[in-house]
Design a protein around this ligand. Structure first.
Ligand code: GLU
Length: 419
């Protein structure tokens, strides 16, 4: 198996958990848990507005349904593979289990570059994906959501395509989360992942006796997760000294004016050109001396190569799988406290769960209620994982995986012999 991929990272993390649990569960049961239930590859061929036909692949993986319908986002990137989607779906299984949500893990991939698509063609492609994948989507099968390269608008198109195909104005139950509020979405879903990241950072600071007020922070990624996390960190008194996006980083040791930077980025789609900071290389930014490093961009960003030069005291994994297992070992040797992805970025799927129940029960939640429940669950789960880590002398990742895999194993046992 190739190394440093999302799937190899997820598999290594699982194998470690299986080792820890081998005294408690049958190894055959643990091996069964690791395998995806269903991996689907579909070809779609939408015609874009200039008349050209685009033949491309979409993937849907349901990794587990032991705890309930598979849950997980739709990733649209030019290089996403079926293996990546399988690794991400596996991560969703652990994330939902850790967060005590009644969901299994799933994920979708669309092999396309969203930056190459105008709004019209992106809508066409999302509708194509939905039509092709519809038989795999449903409130009790698989419930997609936004992920890298997709957003709440796209989720509105998913819902509309499904409703329209049945000749109806809406759907019976929740088929997709992360929708616009006007179509049954929940207020605060877009910000949920970034806010959740900062809730866990605040808890980790307490555990490390580090004051968040005045702490220096570096944020990789300035999208839906990194941008929101940077703003929330600053709001809580941290000094955000550098942020990066796909094109590069911007650095100001005195602290960046994050709201002004968000405005600049929204207008120009670039960090560069922001008057109160110096441009720097995005990779080098990860090695800046700082208290908090938030990795909220792509997978496998912190590897055996650069991990020895990471100087942060605390690494918050806002993205899925940003740290390779080898890097993880190096960070542990250097006493870098890692908040693992399945805990750190779980605020998104937690609020998806609130959206799911809101739609199922036809309720309406306020943003204050959503924020309060998010903060409570993130802090509660951080405390649970930290206490498992302490009691069993494990890293936070090992403790989170231990809890998650154990929960899925118990759910399978409770279901009996067949699933
Ligand atoms: N894509 C997000 C994740 O990786 C959210 C998934 C969801 O809300 O279902 O956790």
């Amino acid at each position: 198996m190739p190394t440093d991929t999302i799937l190899s990272n997820a598999t290594a993390n699982f194998n470690r958990a299986a080792e820890m649990l081998s005294g408690e569960f049958d190894r055959d049961l643990l091996d069964k848990i690791a395998q995806p239930k269903e991996k689907i590859e579909i070809t779609v061929g939408p015609q874009f507005d200039d008349g050209t036909i685009h033949t491309l692949k979409v993937f849907v993986v349901r990794h587990s349904d032991a705890l309930g319908p598979a849950k997980g986002g739709i990733r649209m990137t030019p290089d996403v593979t079926l293996d990546d989607v399988a690794g991400l779906a596996m991560e969703m299984t652990w994330k939902c289990a850790l967060m005590s949500l009644p969901f299994g893990g799933g994920k979708s991939g669309i092999v396309a570059d969203p930056h190459d698509l105008d709004e019209y063609n992106k809508e066409t492609l999302i509708r194509s994906y939905t039509r092709a994948a519809m038989r795999h989507i449903g409130p009790m099968i698989y419930v997609p959501a936004p992920d890298m390269g997709t957003n709440e608008r796209d989720m509105g198109y998913v819902k509309d395509t499904i409703a329209y195909s049945a000749g109806q104005a809406g759907t019976q139950g929740c088929y997709v989360t992360g929708k616009p509020v006007i179509l049954g979405g929940i207020p605060g879903r877009r910000e949920a992942t970034g806010r959740g990241v900062v809730e866990t950072v605040a808890e980790a600071c307490k555990a490390l006796d580090l004051s968040l007020t005045g702490a220096s922070a570096v944020v990789q990624g300035f999208g839906n997760v990194g941008g929101v996390a940077a703003a929330a960190l600053r709001q809580r008194g941290a000094k955000v000294i550098a942020v990066s996006d796909l094109h590069g980083a911007i650095h100001n040791p005195a602290g960046l004016d994050v709201p002004a930077l968000l405005e600049h980025h929204a207008k120009t789609s670039r960090l560069e050109g922001f008057p109160n900071g110096e441009a720097m290389d995005g990779k080098e930014m990860l090695e800046l001396p700082c208290d908090i490093l938030v990795a909220a961009a792509a997978a496998s960003q912190i590897t055996a190569e650069n991990a020895p030069r990471v100087k942060a005291k605390l690494l918050a994994e806002g993205a899925n799988s940003p740290t390779t297992p080898k890097a993880d070992e190096i960070l542990a040797e250097n006493n870098v406290f890692v908040i693992p992805d399945i805990l750190c970025n779980a605020g998104g799927v937690f609020v998806s769960y609130l959206e799911y129940t809101q739609e199922t029960q036809q309720e309406q939640w306020t943003e204050e209620e959503v924020r309060a429940r998010l903060a409570k669950r993130m802090c509660q789960k951080f405390a649970e994982v930290a206490s498992t880590a302490e009691a069993r002398k494990l890293s936070m990742r090992e403790a989170a995986m231990y809890q998650a895999v154990k929960t899925v194993a118990n759910a399978l046992i409770a279901r009996g012999k067949l699933p």
